[in-house]
Design a binder for this molecule. Structure first.
Ligand code: TYM
Length: 335
């Protein structure tokens, strides 16, 4: 995707502050954010409103939101030229979300697979916010007239809903929203659990060995990869039915830039022990600069607070334009 236009195209993406990001979040989304922050007009944020759809201790939400913002700053997203902010600091998102609710069909929202999964997981708290989650996400995207949305494969259906809502609204009121394109990397879009390679690596997995946190120490990373589930064939090759090895090859490829063919030839005749050690080392090296920068930034509360304030101001300035336009189009009386 080459950006040759003079006016930079806009990229937007958010991440929930539900815990420290996993290697899945990093390879599926954050790493691409970092690359795109150089060439695009980027808006990256912490989706604290989305995190409320699952019960969370208030003090924990507050501290995790601050930590996630520090993580985004540690990624070096160039906050001077881009916008890095906390979702709830721009009230415009929730306001647009209400308006978009009225242009979203109950049936289409009911089809969201993540809603169905989360309803099963949190059967005691299937709240309306959980159902409405993708509409708030559509508001996040559409309010900035975003061209591209870098996400992992699990968010594709939500992106399609955002596009449908935008097209419907544009159809009724004339051109209002840019129709966003998902940007889903060819590799790393779905990093799988190290313990069950048929399930996505997730922050909420109760088995600590299943996921790698981007702040795990080198020792912990090595241990987790050592115990990763593979198969009994003992041959490093990318093939159907070899979910565990395929996942490790994907992780290794994302961290080293090597193709699957190169990896297969480098590890020909070698056992899984050697390969797992190499993958762990590549992950440790990939995360090293991020960890160092995060540890530096997290102790500087004043800096994080100042960045949050500046991010909020810039986010509000841009998002208010779209909100006003939409309010006017639907007939709200503006005085
Ligand atoms: P969240 O916080 O669940 O995940 C953040 C990003 O990480 C990606 N991801 C993965 N990628 C590859 N492999 C995995 N195992 C993996 N797990 C997670 C997700 O696809 C996501 O890109 N709803 C969003 C947050 C959001 C948002 C938005 C995103 C709110 N508003 C507007 C884009 C645009 C979410 O739950 O992210």
């Amino acid at each position: 995707m080459e950006n040759t236009q003079e006016k930079k195209q806009r990229v937007l993406s958010l991440i929930q502050p539900t815990s420290i990001p996993t290697l899945g979040n990093y390879l599926g989304a954050l790493k691409n954010w970092k690359t795109m922050s150089r060439d695009y007009d980027c808006i990256f944020g912490v989706a604290d409103l989305h995190a409320l759809t699952v019960r969370i201790e208030p003090s924990l939400l507050r501290s995790q939101t601050r930590q996630m913002l520090a993580m985004l700053l540690a990624l070096d997203l160039d906050p001077m030229n881009n916008i890095v902010f906390v979702q709830s600091h721009a009230h415009t998102h929730a306001e647009l979300s209400w308006l978009l609710n009225c242009y979203t069909q109950f049936g289409e929202a009911s089809r969201m697979t993540q809603f169905k999964d989360k309803s099963r997981k949190h059967a005691d708290n299937v709240n309306v916010g959980l159902f409405d989650y993708p509409v708030l996400m559509a508001a996040d995207i559409l309010i900035y007239q975003s061209d591209f949305v870098p996400v992992g494969a699990d968010q594709k259906q939500h992106l399609e809903l955002a596009r449908n809502i935008a097209e419907r609204f544009n159809g009724i009121y004339g051109d209002t929203f840019t129709i966003p394109e998902p940007f889903i990397g060819t590799k790393g879009a779905k990093i799988m659990s190290l313990q069950d390679p048929t399930a996505k690596m997730s922050k909420s997995d109760t088995n600590p060995k299943a996921s790698v946190s981007v702040l795990d120490t080198p020792d912990v990373i090595v241990k987790k990869f050592k115990s990763a589930v593979t198969d009994s064939e003992a041959s490093v090759r990318y093939a159907e039915g070899k979910d565990g090895i395929n996942n490790l090859m994907t992780i290794y490829s994302c961290c080293t830039g090597l193709s699957y063919e190169q990896i297969e030839s480098d590890f020909a005749g070698k056992g899984y022990g050697d390969f797992k050690a190499a993958v762990a080392e590549a992950v440790v090296e990939e995360l090293r600069p991020l960890q160092a920068e995060y540890n530096r930034i997290i102790s500087d509360k004043a800096y994080i607070g100042e960045c949050a304030k500046q991010g909020a101001e810039k986010a509000l300035y841009v998002s208010q334009k779209t909100l006003r336009k939409v309010q006017k189009k639907v007939g709200l009386w503006q005085v």
